[in-house]
Design a protein around this ligand. Structure first.
Ligand SMILES: *Cc1c(COP(=O)(O)O)cnc(C)c1O
Length: 374
């Protein structure tokens, strides 16, 4: 293979004339801050699309998580159960409340939190469970809902990576007590930075709107009955997001084609295994995810990633287990599935504009990188 001067990033947003038109329109209207028509449009349309009662738009996905937990009154002395395999924001949001994130293992057949491990971790201090739809695959909400209901726990879905996914036809956003989304630049749809919470719990939503706006009394300006936050989204970001919502079906279809393309074209590679999908689940095409090598192989993934980088293909290793991170370190956590996935998992370039020929080139380079393993 010749040296390459074309590089494939792991993610790239799809931004059309429509995004430009809406953002310019918001700009010219003067409504660039945290009020405006695009904000109310976005909140209405997003809730409808998800089949949720309401949407609370936020500045990003991390503060969306914090907002839910804070609105639910989670604080010092409380415990919140989270999967050990997730982006750090899930655990950070718990820590921002002064509560403890209790990490449990994920299932090999979905890479999402194991309901049996959640059940085993429930104790007298447990207040909530935050499930994560890892790499676009929804967690087992029917089992988690039943469990949380029985123990009086709040069930939060971190759907930052799963916009567009469904379980038995029901979209993420309506599968838990509250669901958080992220619209960071590499997510399924984006506003650069942005996020939201969907819920059908009117009291929780009202509390979130209060806390999002610095805790200001809606009936008495500049009176702040509680300690709140500035977690608002701007109308400019919402304008971008409205265009992404208009184009969401097209964006998802093109991402689906990329993920399906990798899975078909790389199906005969014995050293790769594709992300498993549970029956009844329609996964969101966030980032194509594969495992490199057999269970317990903790070296091949990094070798392949290094070779691919030299060949002009950017990849991402899976998340480092939360209990291995300094801020959340827990040497007592026993999460063997998480540890194995974390060592073997690799994300490949996934974005709507990665079309046939580009995908074919990436596939050829992946094959070349795998050939150097043996
Ligand atoms: C992206 C992401 C978030 C939050 O992201 P922000 O960058 O704060 O918008 C939270 N959880 C998971 C699992 C994510 O992938």
């Amino acid at each position: 293979m010749s040296t390459v001067d074309d590089r494939y990033p792991v993610a790239r947003p799809s931004l059309s004339d429509l995004e430009e038109r809406y953002v310019v329109d918001a700009l010219r209207s003067g409504w660039v801050s945290s009020q405006g028509r695009y904000l109310t449009d976005f909140e209405d349309r997003f809730a409808r699309r998800c089949g949720a009662g309401t949407t609370v738009a936020t500045a990003n996905g991390t503060v969306a998580l914090h907002l839910v937990l804070a609105a639910a009154g989670i604080g010092p002395g409380d415990e919140v159960i989270v999967p050990a395999l997730t982006y750090v924001a899930t655990a950070n949001a718990v820590a921002y409340c002064g509560a403890r994130a209790v990490c449990v293992d994920v299932l090999p057949q979905s890479w999402c939190v194991d309901p049996a491990a959640v059940r085993a971790a429930i104790g007298p201090r447990t207040r909530a469970v935050v499930a994560v739809d890892l790499y676009g695959h929804p967690a087992d909400y029917p089992a988690l809902r039943e469990l949380c209901h029985r123990h009086g726990l709040l069930l939060v879905a971190d759907a930052a990576e799963s916009f567009g996914a469904t379980v038995d036809g029901r979209p993420t956003g309506a599968l838990a007590d509250a669901t958080t989304f992220s619209f960071f630049g590499n997510k399924v749809i984006t506003s650069g930075e942005g996020g939201c919470v969907t819920t059908s719990d009117a009291a929780l939503a009202e509390r979130m709107r209060l806390l999002r706006n610095q805790g200001m009394d809606p009936h008495r300006r500049y009176y702040f009955p509680v300690l709140g936050f500035n977690y608002r989204m701007t109308n400019l970001a919402a304008a971008l997001l409205c265009a992404q919502l208009d184009r969401a079906d097209e964006i998802i279809a093109r991402r689906d084609a990329v993920v399906a393309g990798y899975e078909t074209q790389l199906a005969d590679e014995p050293a790769l295994s594709a992300q498993p999908v549970v029956p009844g689940v329609r996964r969101a095409p966030w980032m194509a995810a594969f495992l490199v090598g057999p269970e317990g192989d903790d070296a091949s993934r990094d070798t392949v990633a290094r070779t691919l980088d030299r060949l002009g293909v950017e990849t991402r290793p899976f998340f480092v287990p939360i209990p291995e991170l300094p801020a959340h370190r827990d040497p007592t956590a026993h999460c063997p599935v998480t540890v194995d996935l974390s060592r073997r998992g690799l994300n490949l370039p996934t974005y709507p504009d990665l079309t046939g020929p580009g995908l074919k080139t990436v596939v050829e380079r992946v094959r070349a990188a795998l050939a150097t393993l043996a």
